[in-house]
Design a protein around this ligand. Structure first.
Ligand code: DGJ
Length: 722
C-alpha cells in the first residue's frame, strides 16, 4: 500500500499532523528530508513511534499492511516487549526496569539558511519520563544530525544504563561495514566486513584520547560492496570525544539497527529529577553514488558548519618536534626561524619542552607537565621575546600545550596529588609517565583554562596552538565525584572538555588551533568545531602516511589533515613532500642540518603549495582515484568548485604499474592542460601527458598514462582548464 494524498502533504509540510485515515494502524505519518536522505515515521495506533524508512529520499515509502513489529520502533526502550538491543535502558526511581515511549508530538522549525530541525517528543505513559529526539537537517549538504535529550520528574534518581544518540533501522539484502581502526602510528586503517546475524560492536573505552585504536565513524554499504562512485552507502560519525559505542544488530528478519552513542560500559548515569541529559549528535550522510560522494558530503558540511574558519588558508608550518624533541634553546630556535623564512614557511610551531624549571625542567617526557612556566634555562627572555624573534623574520609563532595532563615529577602534582584521575586502593598506572587531571573538578577546570589564558593573553604574538593529549584513562575514578557518581566521570570529563575548548575558541578567536592526541587519539566532529586542523599520526613516514591520510579523508576535508615533511622512514624527500602536499602542509625537520639542495627542494615545495596547490587542498572536492588497499599505488585528486583546476597525486606504495590513472570530477567539456609539478631541479617529467591538453571527458574515460612503477616513486600533476 502506498501513502495516500494525505501523506503527500506530510512530505512537504513536515509539521503536518493529520490522521492517516486510509489505514487504521497509523495515527500519523511524517518524515524529515535532508538532500538525498529521508527518515519516514509512522505513529502507530498503539501510540509508538515507528520508523518506515531511513535512506533514499527519492523512494516512495510503503505503509505496512499491519502494525510493524517492535524491531521497527525508532527509539526502542528496554523492558516492555522490545526484543532487540535497546536504544534506551533505564531503571526508574521506583525500581521498575522497563520503559515505554509513546509519541506525544513533533514540531519542525527553521534554524537558519538551509537548516531545519524537527523535535519529536516521546513520553512514558506511566512515569513522568520523557525523551525528545532532535533531527537537524543541513539541506544543502544532505547531512542529518540526530541526538536526544532525556529528562524526568520522578521522586528520586533515574538510572540510565543505555542511552544511544540514535538508532535508525535499515533493510537491505546485505550489509558491508567499514570501520577505521588501528593503533598509535597506524591510525584509521580501513577494515571492511559483511555483517551477519547478531551484534557487531565497534567501540572505545579509553575515555580520554579515546580514538587511538578506532575513530567514532563508519561506512555501511547496502546490498553489496560499494566503490568510490557506485553503490548505496550510509555513513555515520559521532560528535563525541570520549568513549563511544557503534553497535550494529542484524536481527532475525535481517533488519539492521545502527546504535550509536556514548559507550555505556561503566557509565551508568544517575539522573536527578528536572536535569536534562543530552546525548551527543550523530552525523549521517547517504548516497547512491558510492563512498566518494559520501566523503564530499561530509567535507562540504565540515567547511560550512563543522570546523573553525574553513575559509582561512592553513599556514605552512615549520614544527620542531621531530627535529629537536625537548632539546633546544633560543639560538637553536632562531636558527630554525631563519630556515623557516628562507624556505617560505609561514609559522613556526614550538612543540613540547618550552616549560618547567629546576628539577622539573621539561627535558624529557618524564618531567614538568603541569608546570606551565616558561623554562628559564631554555628561553630566559620568555615567550614574548622568542615569538617576536620569529615575527621579526616574518614567520608567525605557535605553541604546544597539553593542558589536561600532569607528570608526577612536577610542582603541580606535588601540590595537588588529588587532582588526578585514579582509583582508590589501586597502584596508579602511568601512561607516557603522566596522569590525567580530573576535569570534573571545578578547580581543575579553572586551572586548565588558566594554562591556556596565561600562556596566550600576555603573548598576543602567539597565533597558533597545538593542543595535545598523550594518554587515555586506565583507572576511571575521581576524588571529586561522590562514591555514587563515579560512573559519571568519563561523560562529565568530556562535557567539561568541550566547554574548555569552546572557551578557548571564543576567548582567542584569532588563534588557529591543531587538535592532536599523540597522533589522532582524539578526532571527532564534537572537538573539530573548535579547531582548524588535526594531527593524524606521529607516523610521518610517507609510506605509512598515505594510508592514514586516505583513511581520514573519508570524513575529514584535506584542509583539516595536517601533513608534515619529516625524515621518518628515511624515504626520498620527494615522496615525503608529495604526500604532505596533499594536506595542510608543513615541515618538521632540522632545516639547519639540511643540505642546501634539500633546503632548495623544500623552498620550491612551499612555493608551489602557496602559489597554486593550496587553494585546491583548502577548498577543492576530493576524488579518491586508486586505492592503496587494492593496488600498488594510491592516487587522489582535488578539483576546484568551478572545475577549472585540479591537482592529482600518485604514490607508488609497492613495485608494480597501474597503467592508467582515470580522473574524476572534471568538466567533461573543458580542455585541461596537464603539467607535472614538484619535480626536483633538473628532472624532467616521464608523463607523456605532461604539457598536453585533453578534454575532461577523455581524462575521465581513458585516463592518463602512468609511467611510475617502483615503490617510493611519486608524482603531482596540475590540471588547468584553457
Ligand atoms: C605527541 C604528538 O603527536 C607529537 O607531534 C608531539 O607534539 C609530542 N606529543 C610532544 O610530546
Amino acid at each position: 500500500m502506498k501513502y495516500s494524498v494525505l501523506f503527500f502533504f506530510a512530505v512537504f509540510c513536515p509539521s503536518f499532523l493529520g490522521a492517516a485515515d486510509n489505514n487504521s494502524i497509523a495515527k500519523q505519518l511524517f518524515e524529515v528530508v535532508s538532500g538525498d536522505l529521508k527518515l519516514s515515521f509512522m505513529v502507530g495506533s498503539d501510540n509508538r513511534l515507528y520508523q518506515l524508512s531511513f535512506g533514499d529520499a527519492s523512494k516512495e515509502v510503503t505503509i505496512p499492511a499491519k502494525m510493524p513489529s517492535r524491531e521497527w520502533e525508532f527509539f526502542p526502550p528496554y523492558g516492555n516487549g522490545v526484543l532487540t538491543e535497546p536504544a534506551l535502558q533505564v531503571t526508574h526511581a521506583d525500581g521498575n526496569t522497563s520503559t515505554e515511549l509513546f509519541y506525544t508530538g513533533h514540531k519542525t522549525e527553521k534554524l537558519g539558511d538551509g537548516i531545519m530541525q524537527t523535535v519529536i517528543s516521546l513520553a512514558d505513559p506511566a512515569y513522568p519520563f520523557s525523551v525528545d529526539i532532535y533531527i537537524k537537517c543541513y539541506e544543502t549538504t544532505g547531512m542529518m544530525e540526530i541526538w536526544n535529550t532525556i529528562m524526568h520528574g520522578e521522586e528520586g534518581k533515574v538510572t540510565l544504563y543505555r542511552y544511544a544518540s540514535a538508532s535508525p533501522v535499515i533493510k537491505a539484502k546485505k550489509y558491508m561495514l567499514t570501520q577505521f581502526t588501528g593503533n598509535y602510528k597506524r591510525e584509521a586503517t580501513l577494515v571492511e566486513e559483511e555483517l551477519t546475524a547478531g551484534i557487531k560492536v565497534l567501540d572505545s573505552k579509553l575515555g580520554v584520547r579515546a580514538n587511538q585504536m578506532r575513530i567514532p565513524s563508519f561506512l555501511l554499504s547496502l546490498n553489496g560492496k560499494s566503490d568510490e562512485n557506485n553503490g548505496e552507502v550510509v555513513a555515520g560519525s559521532l560528535k563525541w570525544a570520549g568513549s563511544f559505542q557503534l553497535a550494529f544488530e542484524v536481527d532475525w528478519n535481517n533488519n539492521l539497527r545502527m546504535l550509536t552513542g556514548i559507550n555505556p560500559v561503566g557509565s551508568q548515569y544517575y539522573l536527578e529529577r528536572g536535569v536534562v541529559f543530552d546525548t551527543p549528535p550523530v552525523l549521517y550522510a547517504y548516497s547512491k553514488q558510492g563512498k566518494g560522494d559520501i566523503s564530499r558530503k561530509f567535507h562540504r558540511w565540515a567547511r560550512s558548519y563543522g570546523i573553525r574558519d574553513a575559509w582561512k588558508d592553513r599556514p605552512v608550518l615549520l614544527n620542531n618536534w621531530e627535529a629537536t624533541h625537548c632539546t633546544f634553546d633560543e639560538d637553536r630556535l632562531k636558527g630554525l626561524f631563519d630556515g623557516a623564512r628562507q624556505i617560505g614557511a609561514e609559522l613556526f610551531l614550538l612543540d613540547d619542552g618550552w616549560f618547567g624549571n629546576g628539577p622539573y625542567s621539561r627535558d624529557d617526557d618524564k618531567h614538568g607537565l603541569g608546570d606551565w612556566e616558561v623554562s628559564a634555562k631554555k628561553l630566559p627572555r620568555g615567550l614574548s621575546y622568542i615569538a617576536k624573534e620569529a615575527l621579526k623574520r616574518k614567520v608567525g609563532f605557535g605553541i604546544w600545550l597539553e593542558p589536561e595532563m600532569v607528570n608526577p615529577q612536577s610542582e603541580l602534582y606535588n601540590k595537588h596529588p588529588e587532582w588526578i584521575i585514579t582509583q582508590q586502593k589501586r597502584e596508579p598506572i602511568l601512561g607516557r609517565h603522566q596522569e590525567i587531571l580530573d576535569l570534573t573538578r571545578p578547580e581543575v577546570q579553572q586551572y586548565e583554562w588558566e594554562v591556556i589564558d596565561k600562556t596566550l593573553r600576555p603573548n598576543p604574538d602567539i597565533s597558533y596552538v597545538k593542543w595535545d593529549c598523550n594518554r587515555y584513562v586506565t583507572q576511571p575514578g575521581s576524588t571529586y565525584l561522590q562514591p555514587g557518581e563515579q560512573s559519571h566521570l568519563l561523560i562529565d570529563y568530556n562535557r567539561a572538555l568541550y566547554r574548555l575548548m569552546d572557551r578557548f575558541a571564543k576567548g582567542f578567536p584569532d588563534v588557529m588551533a591543531m587538535l592532536c592526541a599523540g597522533g589522532s587519539g582524539r578526532i571527532d566532529y564534537g572537538s573539530m568545531q573548535y579547531f582548524h586542523s588535526f594531527w593524524p599520526s606521529d607516523n610521518t613516514d610517507p609510506l605509512g602516511r598515505i594510508k592514514i591520510q586516505w583513511g581520514f579523508s573519508h570524513f575529514f576535508p584535506a584542509n583539516t589533515i595536517s601533513a608534515h615533511v619529516t625524515r621518518m622512514g628515511k624515504r626520498h624527500l620527494k615522496m615525503a613532500v608529495d604526500v604532505a602536499l596533499s594536506g595542510a602542509f608543513g615541515i618538521d625537520l632540522a632545516l639547519d642540518k639540511a643540505t642546501p639542495e634539500e633546503r632548495e627542494q623544500l623552498a620550491a615545495a612551499v612555493k608551489l603549495y602557496k602559489e597554486s596547490i593550496r587553494p585546491l587542498v583548502m577548498q577543492g572536492d576530493l576524488y579518491r582515484l586508486v586505492s592503496p588497499y587494492e593496488y600498488p599505488l594510491a592516487s587522489l585528486s582535488y578539483v576546484s568548485v568551478d572545475k577549472d583546476r585540479a591537482v592529482v597525486y600518485i604514490y607508488q606504495t609497492e613495485d608494480g604499474n597501474v597503467p592508467k590513472i582515470v580522473l574524476n570530477g572534471l568538466d567533461a567539456n573543458k580542455r585541461y592542460r596537464i603539467a607535472e609539478v614538484s619535480l626536483p631541479k633538473g628532472v624532467s617529467s616521464r608523463f607523456v601527458a605532461d604539457g598536453s591538453t585533453f578534454t575532461g571527458a577523455k581524462l575521465m574515460a581513458a585516463g592518463i598514462d602512468n609511467p611510475l612503477n617502483k615503490q617510493f616513486e611519486s608524482a603531482v600533476l596540475e590540471l588547468r582548464a584553457e
